[in-house]
Design a protein around this ligand. Sequence first.
Ligand code: CU
Length: 509
Amino acid sequence: MRNDADSTPTPPADGPPPIRLSRRTLLLGVGGIVTLGAGGYWITEGRSVEDGFSFDTPLRIPPELGSELIDGERVFRLSAQSGETELVPAVAFATLGFNGAYLAPTIRAVRGERVRVHVTNELDMPTTAHWHGMILPARQDGTPHQTIRPGNTWTAAWQINQPPATLWYHPHPHGQTELQISRGMAGLFLIDPAEPTPGLPSNYGVDDIPLIIQDVTIQPGGGKPGTPTGSPIGRIGNTAIVNGTHRPQFHASTNLVRFRILNASAARCYNLTLSTGEPFHLVATDGGLLSAPVTLTNLLLSPAERAEILVEVRQGAEIVVRSVPHELGMSNRDNIVSGAHDTVDLLRITGAAVLGGQRSLPRSLPSDPLPLPDSASVRRNFVLGDVTINGQTMEMNRIDTRVTAQTTERWIVTNASTRAHNFHIHGTQFTVHALTGSASTVTIPGWKDTVFIPPKSTAELVIPFGDHVDPTTPYMYHCHLLWHEDQGMMAQYTLNETRGMPSSATKEG
Ligand SMILES: [Cu+2]
């Protein structure tokens, strides 16, 4: 263990250089450092309330981004920035964010609104701003085809035309996405209904609470994003951070709280449970509300997936939102080094002595109808390798798939590798018709844009494609485990007016 605080640690080859800390800072941070395990991939820092760690730092809430109404458009301004952030008390991290040094403000717009977002790059490296889960023209999507060079401003504009949902935004620069997201460039983009949904808590920061989860590594000399652990799915951190808060506490003032949870980690999956053993209620998946709450006792969230859940809180309650050991479908060793055996406490919820409001669970929710599997006119097969899709890695100038706009397709995505993957498609929301193979996951009918696919498993996706025809500007589909994505586990599709020359499409039936 390094204890010479006045020497700058040698930058590890595997990641950004640690920040030089003062002796006082390092000494204060020592409690976290000495508890590190040799491998560093399992959670050892503040892992559990039951191990005597106190979770009493008030949960930070990302601010809502202000906007101007100009010529009928809601106009937002973002700026990619860098800085140092004490994500863990007395441990500084080199961080990135939008409109701040870490994370990003919450953007909100109402379904049907036209929005315009100006994004300025104040970093010393290229970046992009991708609107994850948004159905919009490919030119507005913020992919590597819309790179923002240092000092430049890029503007995206579109009309919100999809159900209310918890979406998010993050950079998508080719080969640099893991670095930029895991250092903190992640914010929520909420699509609001015109009127609050009856029965759903919607008082932001009071009973409607965002939870952006990242994992970071505390190490001698400072902090950094997740660490290479030998995991076949990417870098795993030893410390969970929620909304930039270490060991957070949320004090509930109402009996029913809605949490909008985003896994913004590079690779770590979270198997969410409540420490009380009581169930919670899933009300929305990636792309919008379910037709009715689904009662669960655990929920696996892989990177980039979102879930909105309702948690019932009693007077004086003590509840810990906890990730518990789970199965990623890989070898035992690979599961362990990927954090699947970890217990990770994420948030302590305390109930007020007197709770305001006596809300009961909604019985049904206003949701848009899901596509019927039989409505798919085209079927395509995709095979996931270690870092390939159909045997290839990403090529910026290659269009892999040509889709006819306003048609529904069925994509059969098979993970033929020994690694876990997930699969994200830009510019649409789909449903998971089936997940078969080694996966024991129950599929919940709801809008998704990212689906976890363990080894030796196949996901059948039903995808209604949009109407933003552009035969030359592609959307991406890719693994959202960021190390895989950066290695080129990504491909491109375009939306076309008439059927082109589909590379792997065959008429179904
Ligand atoms: Cu992957």
